[in-house]
Design a protein. Structure first.
Length: 304
């Protein structure tokens, strides 16, 4: 019974290895959805045994009567320690979330009032930079590019760059990145998946730009030239805001030049689906077993 509750704590450590194989072997948009969903599912099933470890919270769910679980003083000490650890972890996550939201607000203020056309905002700045700025509660998403970046690229490469950033906004890639980032803050194993989700988002935007322009070689050149031109970002962006040179650029360029068909399914993808299923199933069965065992111990149900 205890082993079933421990399985969701251990299985996330297998996800980064599977995630790397999925990113390399399936279409980028499929990898993006799969990796983000797997991280979210594993985080969800992870929270169940953690909450059950706090007697006071378990008592609210009628899974256990804290005062009958043992000596009152011991129960209170365990509750305080477990609750304190959970509160500290939640506090850290909340601080990071608020920090990211402040960065997003600062990025919007940085371009507030500047003219835009079709969601494109050009900033007069010699430093080459470009990124897809996610929309806020009252502001729409926009593409931000500096004059320095436009001068560093040829007209064809500019078309690729803008198509790439439009793909980020249209696909709402910032939501995938934010969900993955949140999962990584909550579990160290899931943190290893965050950069792979970012890479999948960039690859998906690369493929969309290559399809829009009809020239994969041009798309690869645009990615490479933009990366070489960018020496320092002009703005401090939130981690979930995709940038022009985000992720391992050489791997992105290689993928664009490979022209190799990418399989839609791979054994690693199926293994990842099975992993999340096992984690969810074990957490559910473990919780039901704990609930039944406690009810039997308290005399609410007859023992078998």
């Amino acid at each position: 019974m205890i082993a079933l509750l421990l399985i969701p704590l251990v299985l996330p450590f297998a996800l980064p290895l599977l995630a790397r194989r999925v990113v390399d072997r399936v279409r980028p948009e499929v990898a993006l959805w799969t990796l983000t969903s797997a991280s979210a599912i594993l985080l969800g099933v992870l929270l169940l045994p953690l909450l059950l470890a706090v007697p006071l919270l378990a008592g609210l769910a009628h899974l256990i009567q804290p005062l009958d679980a043992g000596p009152q003083a011991l129960v209170m000490v365990v509750s305080v320690l477990a609750g304190g650890g959970l509160a500290a972890g939640c506090g850290t996550v909340v601080r990071k979330v608020l920090s990211e939201l402040r960065r997003l607000r600062a990025a919007h203020l940085d371009v507030a009032g500047l003219p835009e056309a079709g969601g494109l905002c050009v900033i007069d700045d010699a430093r080459p930079d470009a990124y897809a700025l996610p929309g806020g509660l009252r502001t729409a998403g926009r593409i931000v590019v500096t004059t320095g970046m436009l001068r560093a690229l040829t007209p064809g490469e500019r078309s690729v760059l803008l198509a790439h950033e439009r793909a980020h906004l249209a696909g709402r890639h910032h939501l995938f990145l934010a969900a993955s980032q949140l999962s990584g803050w909550c579990h160290p194993a899931l943190a290893g998946v965050t950069r792979l989700v970012s890479f999948a988002a960039e690859r998906a935007a690369d493929e969309s730009a290559a399809l829009a322009t009809g020239d994969r070689t041009l798309a690869a050149n645009a990615v490479g030239h933009a990366a070489l031109a960018t020496t320092r970002a002009r703005a401090v962006l939130p981690a979930f805001a995709p940038g022009a040179v985000t992720g391992p650029v050489p791997a992105r360029v290689t993928a664009l030049l490979a022209h190799a068909p990418v399989r839609r399914l791979a054994p690693a993808l199926l293994a990842m689906v099975m992993l999340t299923g096992v984690a969810g199933g074990s957490a559910l069965v473990g919780a039901v077993s704990v609930h039944r065992g406690v009810e039997i111990a308290q005399g609410e149900l007859p023992s078998d």
